[in-house]
Design a protein around this ligand. Structure first.
Ligand SMILES: N[C@@H](CCC(=O)N[C@@H](CS)C(=O)NCC(=O)O)C(=O)O
Length: 206
Protein backbone atom coordinates (compact mmCIF):
# COMPACT_ATOMS: atom_id res chain seq x y z
CA UNK A 1 0.00 0.00 0.00
CA UNK A 2 1.47 3.38 -0.96
CA UNK A 3 0.37 6.35 1.09
CA UNK A 4 0.77 9.98 0.12
CA UNK A 5 0.48 12.81 2.64
CA UNK A 6 -0.37 16.32 1.47
CA UNK A 7 1.14 18.71 4.00
CA UNK A 8 2.33 22.24 4.55
CA UNK A 9 5.58 22.75 6.51
CA UNK A 10 4.97 23.30 10.22
CA UNK A 11 1.18 23.33 9.85
CA UNK A 12 -1.10 20.84 11.58
CA UNK A 13 -0.43 18.08 9.04
CA UNK A 14 2.85 17.63 10.93
CA UNK A 15 0.81 15.50 13.37
CA UNK A 16 -0.11 13.01 10.64
CA UNK A 17 3.45 13.17 9.28
CA UNK A 18 4.87 12.28 12.70
CA UNK A 19 2.40 9.38 13.00
CA UNK A 20 3.57 8.01 9.63
CA UNK A 21 7.21 8.24 10.74
CA UNK A 22 6.47 6.64 14.10
CA UNK A 23 4.61 3.83 12.34
CA UNK A 24 7.53 3.10 10.03
CA UNK A 25 5.05 3.44 7.16
CA UNK A 26 6.02 3.68 3.53
CA UNK A 27 4.77 7.01 2.29
CA UNK A 28 5.37 9.93 -0.02
CA UNK A 29 5.01 13.60 0.79
CA UNK A 30 3.52 16.31 -1.37
CA UNK A 31 3.94 19.89 -0.25
CA UNK A 32 0.98 22.26 -0.50
CA UNK A 33 2.13 25.83 0.02
CA UNK A 34 -0.61 27.49 2.08
CA UNK A 35 0.94 30.98 1.77
CA UNK A 36 0.72 30.67 -2.02
CA UNK A 37 -2.86 29.40 -1.81
CA UNK A 38 -2.09 25.99 -3.29
CA UNK A 39 -4.79 24.46 -1.03
CA UNK A 40 -7.42 26.25 -3.14
CA UNK A 41 -6.25 25.11 -6.59
CA UNK A 42 -8.68 22.91 -8.58
CA UNK A 43 -6.11 20.08 -8.42
CA UNK A 44 -6.00 20.10 -4.63
CA UNK A 45 -9.74 20.76 -4.19
CA UNK A 46 -10.30 17.56 -6.18
CA UNK A 47 -8.33 15.77 -3.42
CA UNK A 48 -9.82 17.63 -0.44
CA UNK A 49 -12.81 19.85 -1.30
CA UNK A 50 -12.42 21.60 2.08
CA UNK A 51 -9.17 23.13 0.80
CA UNK A 52 -7.09 22.39 3.88
CA UNK A 53 -4.15 20.12 4.72
CA UNK A 54 -3.64 17.36 5.67
CA UNK A 55 -5.06 14.83 3.26
CA UNK A 56 -3.84 11.24 3.03
CA UNK A 57 -4.18 9.34 -0.22
CA UNK A 58 -4.59 5.60 0.35
CA UNK A 59 -5.30 2.71 -2.02
CA UNK A 60 -8.96 2.98 -1.00
CA UNK A 61 -9.32 6.74 -1.39
CA UNK A 62 -8.52 9.94 0.46
CA UNK A 63 -8.83 10.52 4.19
CA UNK A 64 -8.89 13.97 5.76
CA UNK A 65 -8.75 15.32 9.33
CA UNK A 66 -5.65 14.69 11.45
CA UNK A 67 -7.49 12.68 14.07
CA UNK A 68 -8.95 10.37 11.43
CA UNK A 69 -5.65 9.99 9.58
CA UNK A 70 -3.76 9.32 12.82
CA UNK A 71 -6.38 6.77 13.93
CA UNK A 72 -6.09 5.07 10.54
CA UNK A 73 -2.30 4.92 10.75
CA UNK A 74 -2.46 3.47 14.28
CA UNK A 75 -5.02 0.85 13.21
CA UNK A 76 -3.19 -0.16 10.03
CA UNK A 77 0.20 -0.41 11.79
CA UNK A 78 -0.74 -2.14 15.06
CA UNK A 79 2.82 -3.40 15.55
CA UNK A 80 3.97 0.20 16.09
CA UNK A 81 1.62 0.50 19.11
CA UNK A 82 0.64 4.11 18.41
CA UNK A 83 -2.74 3.63 20.12
CA UNK A 84 -4.50 0.92 22.07
CA UNK A 85 -6.34 -0.41 19.03
CA UNK A 86 -7.48 -3.56 20.90
CA UNK A 87 -9.67 -1.61 23.29
CA UNK A 88 -12.43 0.41 21.65
CA UNK A 89 -12.82 2.35 24.87
CA UNK A 90 -9.14 3.33 25.17
CA UNK A 91 -9.07 4.16 21.47
CA UNK A 92 -12.13 6.37 22.03
CA UNK A 93 -10.50 8.08 25.00
CA UNK A 94 -7.51 8.95 22.83
CA UNK A 95 -9.75 10.23 20.05
CA UNK A 96 -11.63 12.37 22.59
CA UNK A 97 -8.31 14.03 23.47
CA UNK A 98 -7.52 14.48 19.77
CA UNK A 99 -11.03 15.80 19.16
CA UNK A 100 -10.51 18.44 21.83
CA UNK A 101 -7.32 19.58 20.12
CA UNK A 102 -9.01 19.58 16.70
CA UNK A 103 -12.26 21.28 17.56
CA UNK A 104 -11.42 23.48 20.54
CA UNK A 105 -7.72 24.33 20.86
CA UNK A 106 -6.65 24.41 17.19
CA UNK A 107 -9.31 26.85 15.91
CA UNK A 108 -8.66 29.32 18.74
CA UNK A 109 -4.87 29.36 18.62
CA UNK A 110 -4.95 29.22 14.84
CA UNK A 111 -7.11 32.34 14.75
CA UNK A 112 -4.83 34.12 17.23
CA UNK A 113 -1.57 33.34 15.43
CA UNK A 114 -2.41 32.84 11.77
CA UNK A 115 -5.41 35.03 10.86
CA UNK A 116 -5.10 36.69 7.49
CA UNK A 117 -4.86 39.65 7.74
CA UNK A 118 -3.09 39.23 11.13
CA UNK A 119 -4.95 40.23 14.27
CA UNK A 120 -3.43 43.16 16.13
CA UNK A 121 -3.66 44.95 19.47
CA UNK A 122 -6.54 44.11 21.78
CA UNK A 123 -8.15 41.76 19.29
CA UNK A 124 -4.96 39.69 19.15
CA UNK A 125 -4.55 39.75 22.94
CA UNK A 126 -8.13 38.53 23.41
CA UNK A 127 -7.69 35.77 20.83
CA UNK A 128 -4.45 34.62 22.50
CA UNK A 129 -6.12 34.60 25.91
CA UNK A 130 -8.96 32.45 24.57
CA UNK A 131 -6.49 30.04 22.97
CA UNK A 132 -4.27 29.79 26.03
CA UNK A 133 -7.26 28.84 28.19
CA UNK A 134 -7.37 25.62 26.18
CA UNK A 135 -3.65 24.96 26.72
CA UNK A 136 -4.29 25.51 30.42
CA UNK A 137 -6.99 22.83 30.36
CA UNK A 138 -4.53 20.37 28.80
CA UNK A 139 -1.83 21.36 31.33
CA UNK A 140 -4.11 21.18 34.37
CA UNK A 141 -6.43 18.29 33.50
CA UNK A 142 -6.18 16.44 30.20
CA UNK A 143 -2.47 15.58 29.94
CA UNK A 144 -1.94 12.40 31.95
CA UNK A 145 1.86 12.46 31.86
CA UNK A 146 4.43 11.66 30.89
CA UNK A 147 2.57 11.09 27.62
CA UNK A 148 -0.80 12.53 26.73
CA UNK A 149 -2.68 9.32 27.51
CA UNK A 150 -0.40 8.12 30.32
CA UNK A 151 2.46 5.65 30.23
CA UNK A 152 2.48 4.88 26.52
CA UNK A 153 3.26 7.16 23.58
CA UNK A 154 0.30 7.47 21.19
CA UNK A 155 -0.46 9.53 18.09
CA UNK A 156 -2.06 12.10 20.42
CA UNK A 157 1.46 13.10 21.50
CA UNK A 158 2.56 14.14 18.04
CA UNK A 159 -0.68 16.09 17.66
CA UNK A 160 -0.26 17.96 20.94
CA UNK A 161 3.35 18.70 19.96
CA UNK A 162 2.21 20.60 16.84
CA UNK A 163 0.35 23.08 19.02
CA UNK A 164 2.91 23.38 21.82
CA UNK A 165 5.50 23.97 19.07
CA UNK A 166 3.44 26.88 17.73
CA UNK A 167 2.98 28.28 21.23
CA UNK A 168 6.67 28.07 22.12
CA UNK A 169 7.62 29.70 18.81
CA UNK A 170 5.23 32.54 19.63
CA UNK A 171 6.72 32.94 23.13
CA UNK A 172 3.46 31.81 24.78
CA UNK A 173 4.56 28.60 26.51
CA UNK A 174 5.77 30.06 29.81
CA UNK A 175 7.56 27.20 31.65
CA UNK A 176 6.32 28.52 35.01
CA UNK A 177 2.65 28.28 33.95
CA UNK A 178 2.95 25.29 31.61
CA UNK A 179 5.64 22.99 33.07
CA UNK A 180 3.99 19.76 31.91
CA UNK A 181 3.46 21.03 28.37
CA UNK A 182 7.08 22.17 28.15
CA UNK A 183 8.30 18.82 29.44
CA UNK A 184 6.01 17.05 26.98
CA UNK A 185 7.20 19.17 24.06
CA UNK A 186 10.85 18.37 24.78
CA UNK A 187 10.07 14.67 25.26
CA UNK A 188 8.25 14.43 21.91
CA UNK A 189 10.79 16.53 20.07
CA UNK A 190 13.64 14.25 21.18
CA UNK A 191 12.11 11.26 19.37
CA UNK A 192 13.98 10.21 16.21
CA UNK A 193 10.73 9.90 14.22
CA UNK A 194 9.82 13.49 15.09
CA UNK A 195 13.27 14.72 14.12
CA UNK A 196 12.92 12.95 10.76
CA UNK A 197 9.54 14.63 10.16
CA UNK A 198 10.93 18.08 11.04
CA UNK A 199 13.90 17.56 8.71
CA UNK A 200 11.67 16.35 5.86
CA UNK A 201 9.49 19.47 6.22
CA UNK A 202 12.56 21.71 6.41
CA UNK A 203 11.56 23.16 9.78
CA UNK A 204 13.43 23.57 13.04
CA UNK A 205 13.10 22.14 16.49
CA UNK A 206 11.93 24.83 18.91
N1 LIG B 1 -9.40 19.88 11.72
C1 LIG B 1 -8.56 19.86 10.55
C2 LIG B 1 -7.92 21.22 10.38
C3 LIG B 1 -7.24 21.38 9.06
C4 LIG B 1 -6.68 22.79 8.90
O1 LIG B 1 -7.30 23.78 9.35
N2 LIG B 1 -5.50 22.91 8.27
C5 LIG B 1 -4.88 24.20 8.06
C6 LIG B 1 -3.39 24.15 8.39
S1 LIG B 1 -3.07 23.96 10.13
C7 LIG B 1 -4.99 24.62 6.61
O2 LIG B 1 -4.71 23.85 5.71
N3 LIG B 1 -5.40 25.88 6.37
C8 LIG B 1 -5.46 26.42 5.04
C9 LIG B 1 -6.57 27.38 4.86
O3 LIG B 1 -7.43 27.50 5.77
O4 LIG B 1 -6.61 28.01 3.81
C10 LIG B 1 -7.53 18.74 10.70
O5 LIG B 1 -7.15 18.39 11.80
O6 LIG B 1 -7.12 18.16 9.68
Amino acid sequence: MMLKLYYSPGACALASHIALEEAGAEFELEKIDLKQGQQKTPEYLAINPAGVTPALRTDEGVLTQNLVIMGYIAQTHPEAKLADVDSSFEFGRMQAFNGFLASSLHPLIGRALFSRPPLEGEAKDAAIEAGMMKYALVEDSLLQGPWAMGDAYTVADGYLYVFTRWARQAGLLDPARYPKLNDHLDRVQARPAVQRALAAEGIDAV
